[in-house]
Design a protein around this ligand. Structure first.
Ligand code: PA5
Length: 444
């Protein structure tokens, strides 16, 4: 089971901080469990690992099988919460080099997560000579980036297969009733999957949003859900033994003590997009009303050679949360070299994990000594079940953290500001007045 360790916390916090926060954690716990806090209508993810729609789950597995049998590539179109979770899980469990590997499952390309013409063209080129399907994902059904990208891939599919056959290769994951994508899917007869009303984008990885692409990549999604369900039961009990309580309490106490940045670190490069998912989860949930830890991430040991200097000796503004994934799949041992020209024979015969773990311990001691508090999240391994635990743990701790902070952890009003300006500057009908004002500002 996943575990949270607080390393030498007494150096940074009064040892009674957990007890002092107990009643507030209990209040936050009740809000999450009963959906009675701010944004409570978006707490559908709390019971999801147990209450998910089995009929839809079976359709996801069937669709994944169909895509695996008729496609060499799946293009996943989505952004933010409709993108990062699936990418994080596939990278972590199948490798960031998944598309380059020899395998029996389709390549998975992610697009619609930006507005780069080059990225779009490159992905169109990558699928031009292969059979492919498209999973377009948008809860609102109106987000500009995926909507624009989808036009290109829909056109490419229709050119390749004709309209009718192309329709059998489009899978739309969206609201059950509303939005342009839902209307389009119904009109065209595409297979649809639902983003439940009561689950916001950044908490949706364990719905069809994440599950379909993850299943296409060959990951055991039943094990993923089982791991999440195990953590759900632990979190439902709450208490100071609960890892989500411990993590939420420590990061909140450190925030109150003046820390303003949380660095998520992992020693496995495959975790990079899980960190991106985590940044959205915490950034959008807490960063409002002038509050919240700024979530940042580093890949160790690579970033020890770039960001390490700042972490060790720069402004003392951060805390560090290190995710430890445990033993690697490959047991590589350092070869012996008779000449020992590089002086590395003292490591000959040692595993790479042994060397990595000493780097991890050395860094923990150095950074703590340098004044950076370290929280350690020990995952149960690098398996679907362990990742299911980790995902639910971070989601639950995020909900608790938002309530401790006194914000609504389930809205994201700030995301609208750039969209309104972009629509106005693009000449979207209804934004004429704003366009005039903005253009005047830009030309000043
Ligand atoms: O967390 C959120 O709500 C956002 O990041 C959304 O996931 C993102 O904007 C994509 O929205 P949609 O799924 O409606 O296209």
């Amino acid at each position: 089971m996943l575990n949270v360790r607080l390393f030498e916390m007494e150096k940074f916090l009064n040892t009674s901080y957990e007890e002092e926060l107990t009643s507030r954690l209990q209040e936050a716990q009740e809000k999450l469990q009963t959906g009675s806090g701010a944004g409570g209508e978006f707490t559908g993810w709390v019971h999801l690992p147990e209450s998910y729609d089995r009929e839809e789950f079976a359709r996801i597995l069937a669709a994944a099988k169909r895509i695996q049998s008729d496609s060499q590539a799946l293009v996943v179109v989505g952004i933010g919460g409709s993108y990062l979770g699936a990418r994080g899980v596939i990278d972590c469990l199948c490798s960031p080099n998944y598309n380059l590997k020899k395998k029996s499952t389709p390549n998975v390309y992610f697009i619609g997560n930006g507005l780069s013409a080059d990225a779009l063209q490159e992905t169109l080129d990558l699928v031009s000579d292969v059979d492919f399907s498209v999973n377009v994902i948008s809860k609102s059904g109106t987000t500009t980036e995926p909507a624009v990208a989808f036009r290109f891939f829909r056109e490419a599919l229709e050119k390749k297969y004709g309209k009718e056959a192309a329709g059998r290769r489009i899978y739309a994951t969206t609201d059950k009733a509303r939005g342009a994508l839902k209307s389009l899917a119904d009109a065209e007869g595409w297979e649809t999957f639902v983003v439940p009303d009561e689950i916001g984008g950044r908490y949706s990885v364990l719905t069809a949003v994440g599950l379909l692409p993850i299943a296409v990549a060959g990951v055991d999604i039943e094990a993923l859900m089982a791991g999440a369900a195990e953590m759900m039961r632990t979190c439902a009990r709450g208490g100071l033994d609960c890892p989500a309580w411990r993590y939420a309490a420590a990061r909140y106490a450190l925030y109150q003590a003046g820390r303003s940045v949380e660095l998520l670190a992992c020693y496995d490069p495959a975790f990079r997009f899980m960190s991106e998912w985590w940044k959205q989860l915490y950034g959008e949930s807490e960063g409002k009303e002038g509050k919240g830890l700024f979530p940042a991430s580093v890949d160790f040991t690579a970033d020890l050679h770039s960001m390490g200097q700042y972490i060790q000796e720069g402004r003392r503004l951060m805390l560090e949360t290190v995710v430890r994934l445990g033993a690697s799949d490959s047991e590589l041992r350092v070869p012996r070299d008779e000449t020992d020209g590089d002086g590395l024979n003292f490591l000959a015969g040692e595993t790479m994990d042994f060397i990595r773990d000493r780097a991890m311990e050395g860094t923990l001691l150095a950074h703590t000594e340098g004044g950076v508090p370290n929280l350690i999240v020990e995952a149960d391994g690098k398996t679907p079940a362990a990742l299911g635990q980790l995902i639910y743990f971070f989601e639950y701790a995020c909900g608790l953290s938002g309530y401790l902070l006194g914000v609504n952890p389930f809205d994201q009003p700030g995301v609208e500001a750039y969209k309104k300006n972009m629509f106005a500057l693009l000449g979207k009908p209804g934004y004429e007045q704003r366009r005039t004002e903005l253009e005047a500002k830009l030309n000043r």
